[in-house]
Write a protein that binds this ligand. Structure first.
Ligand SMILES: [Zn+2]
Ligand SMILES: [Zn+2]
Length: 251
């Protein structure tokens, strides 16, 4: 039973749990993700499921990053590897195709499986199993808020026009992957130039970010850290993060 249904639709309202300015992370999500970030994200089966699902649904993508931030500060090794792979997959899917026609098949950009977290019935499993201090820490999204706020000027140009509720948006303006796929149901051809340029840049930056985890390597630059935010937004959608930050912060 899904906790929150994936929401790649064109609706302009953020998901229910994001309207309050928090991600409203549940006890079950904290319980599961605390174990998940200890290493299971790196197991072949889990990574294969995450790659098939194109990461997580919109809500769980940001919940995952927030819980990682709560417990690991900015040591985003697992997320950086995951999103570097997903962005590389997207680069390959759009390569050599500057324009897409109505209902063009773009299978490689579609999730071939459900959100990994939505498929788990994690709420009952968490009952009484997690210390209150860990729950309080996992619920706190201030780490993600601060991380994203400090890099706003670097990721803002990549925010999806539909996710941000930009009423002046045009078809050439930025889109997340779910809204790009939604555009393909309309009759106008779609110019992929912005996506190709952005994905190429994110791919390079995330590869550098991943190399920064090697002992003795330089710390990641601000551009490389902002690329993680842009990659999560592109793969899954932006609305939970934008609602968490508040319009005055990111606009
Ligand atoms: Zn989900
Ligand atoms: Zn979007």
């Amino acid at each position: 039973m899904p906790i929150i249904a994936p929401s790649p639709s064109r609706q302009r309202d953020p998901p229910e749990t994001s309207r309050t300015g928090t991600l409203a992370v549940t006890d079950g999500e904290i319980h599961f993700l605390w174990w998940f970030i200890q290493g299971s994200i790196m197991t072949p089966e889990t990574r294969a499921a995450l790659l098939r699902g194109f990461g997580f649904c919109e809500r769980h993508a940001w919940v995952h990053l927030s819980v990682e931030m709560s417990f690991r500060k900015q040591h985003f090794l697992g997320p950086v590897i995951l999103y570097r792979e997903l962005i590389e997959k997207s680069v390959q899917a759009t390569k050599g195709r500057r324009q897409l026609a109505f209902q063009s098949p773009l299978r490689q950009l579609k999730a071939a499986g459900p959100c990994f977290l939505c498929t788990l019935d994690i709420k009952p499993a968490a009952t009484g199993a997690t210390p209150p201090a860990r729950l309080a820490r996992g619920r706190d999204s201030n780490g993600l808020r601060l991380f994203a706020t400090n890099l706003t000027t670097l990721w803002r140009p990549t925010v999806c026009a539909i996710c941000s509720g930009n009423t002046c948006e045009t078809r050439g303006s930025p889109r997340c992957r779910p809204h790009l796929l939604a555009d393909l149901t309309e009759r106008e051809p779609i110019d992929l130039s912005w996506h190709q340029d952005t994905l190429n840049e994110l791919s390079v930056r995330l590869a550098r970010y991943e190399r920064s985890f090697v002992a003795g390597a330089d710390k990641p630059s601000e551009q490389e850290r902002a690329a993680l935010i842009s990659a999560v937004g592109w793969c899954s959608g932006w609305r939970p993060l934008l609602a968490l930050l508040g319009r005055s912060t990111w606009q």
